[in-house]
Design a binder for this molecule. Sequence first.
Ligand SMILES: [Mg+2]
Length: 340
Amino acid sequence: MADADPLLDLPPAMPEAWWRARDAALGVWPAEDLERLRGRAEAAYLGLALGDALGATLEFMTPREVAAFHGVHREIVGGGWLHLKPGRVTDDTEMSLALGRAIRERGGVVSARAAAEAFSAWMSRKPVDIGHTVRRGISAFRRTGVPWVPDNPQNAGNGAVMRCLPVVLATFGAPWPQVVRALRLQGHITHTCALADAGMEAVAALVQVALAAPRGDTAALDDVIALAASVTPELSPEGKPEAGPSGFIVETLRAVFQALQTTTGFEAAMVDVVNRGGDADTTGAILGMIAGALHGPESLPKRWLKKLDPETRAACTEQAAALIGFSPAVSGAKRAVATD
Ligand SMILES: [Mg+2]
């Protein structure tokens, strides 16, 4: 048996005062509010897929190239370096769906081994796109059977964050250390790195706070971004605007946070972030899960939903309902949400 994952049981990155206050207030979700929560969870999952499909057209372009070729890009038209059909999604959504299936098969419990096997099966189906760090991590699991890679600062990419939504939904209402453990179990299959973990934790906190916040209450997000930046200053959205953000978690999340904080509503935030180019499908996917959770299903542009690949749309909708149904907030379950 390999040595233990060195980062799995480190304390959460978010400030302890924040998560202790949060955990003290946890309870079962009020039944009369359940439909609203399901709608928000569904909008988060569809938001992820819409951002992926919209942004993939612009991946690896500079903002100047985006402006020259597309003006302001605001329609799902496919194309890009992957020559996608309009509405086709990439690894961000596909890996999320693979992880979500693995969690469903375990009745809502997150297992690194089950997730790694799901990712391996996904890689066998020859995905249209796969990141270098992801391929390396899955290949290592196939060789060694160990579902985590060694701690390495080069793992500070956005590949574990882009696919974390199923864990965020299934752990909604669990004590924060359990949420964090479940996030790391899925993340460390490919991205064992404290900075990547801190970014993933910030995104999970944003989505879970957004799910419960009054619709469109961006102040709730501003607080979480400020708290995350207080412990991980690299993630602060202050300073120069991110243009052409790379897959480095710092550039990706700064672009997402800046877009959230300088716009109003789901569509405007999404258009802002993808038109920055760079890793535009992943900035779109991450922003989509946060903004979808906050603004709800009414905010998702109907013309985008119509373009989204129908099988993908159905799978996201179905998984969102199942995963939030497993969550301690909805099910009242006291059982562990993460194993190993
Ligand atoms: Mg992608």
